[in-house]
Ligand binder design. Structure first.
Ligand code: B16
Ligand code: MG
Length: 216
């Protein structure tokens, strides 16, 4: 049976969520808003624009369109300062082993990320050449939980959605996988990701036997 894998980036491959948090926290502070770790959980898998809208709603702050764009840019510049310090040592546990297995079984694999910085982050951690296809926020119209990101990944891999396995750490991403008719593998606990079909604490724990490779 031919299967395809689609990986989220932030929270699955590397912990860039912490850098997003530091950058958003500083911006929120400039509005007089205290952004907490719990708030940051709500921002996982959420687009840059929707993240800023969420933060503004915490303090009933309104911005002009011009201020909104200016603040998106300054947050991103701050975030990129952290990204530029990243290297392969920032891969989450189990990622190198997971990619060894992908190579071993010669599986088609796509990235499906809500980040506009996905290509750069992959280059920093040394994985940019490992993907058959990269789908990110520069190439889709509708973000997660809409399935567009993952359906586009499946199309680029030339694998039917029902044979695609999506690896995600966010509730929005798990919903996107299920909305697209794919298998949803949660990187997190059943409490965090109740809708996922399987749960692991990192990619290295994934059981490749589930893919039933070589059988049909
Ligand atoms: P950017 P993922 C998402 O990446 C992050 O989880 C989310 O927190 C972030 O706001 C979003 O990317 C946009 O990122 O500002 O770099 O375009 O988890 O879908 O890989
Ligand atoms: Mg994520």
């Amino acid at each position: 049976m031919k299967v395809g894998l689609i990986l989220d980036l932030d929270g699955v491959i590397c912990d860039t969520a912490h850098y997003h948090y530091l950058a958003w926290k500083e911006l929120a502070k400039s509005y007089g808003i205290e952004l907490t770790e719990a708030h940051n959980e709500e921002l996982k898998g959420v687009s840059r624009v929707d993240s800023l809208k969420y933060i503004l709603s915490l303090g009933d702050v309104t911005l002009t369109d011009e201020q909104f764009q200016r603040d998106l840019t300054s947050k991103n510049e701050h975030y990129l300062q952290f990204v530029m310090e990243m290297g392969p040592q920032h891969l989450l546990p189990g990622v190198p082993y997971f990619f060894e297995q992908v190579n071993h079984f010669n599986l088609p694999i796509a990235l499906g990320s809500a980040s506009k910085n996905a290509q750069l982050v992959l280059e920093r951690v040394g994985l940019d050449k490992k993907f058959t296809a990269i789908v990110d926020a520069n190439t889709v119209v509708n973000g997660k939980p809409d399935p567009e990101t993952f359906l586009k990944g499946a199309e680029m891999l030339k694998i039917a959605p029902e044979f695609c396995w999506v690896f995600e750490d966010s509730a929005a991403g798990i919903a996107a996988a299920i909305n697209g008719g794919m298998k949803a593998v949660g990187i997190g606990t059943p409490e965090q990701l109740p809708a996922a079909n399987y749960h692991y604490s990192n990619l290295g724990e994934f059981d490749f036997n589930l893919l039933k490779l070589g059988r049909n």
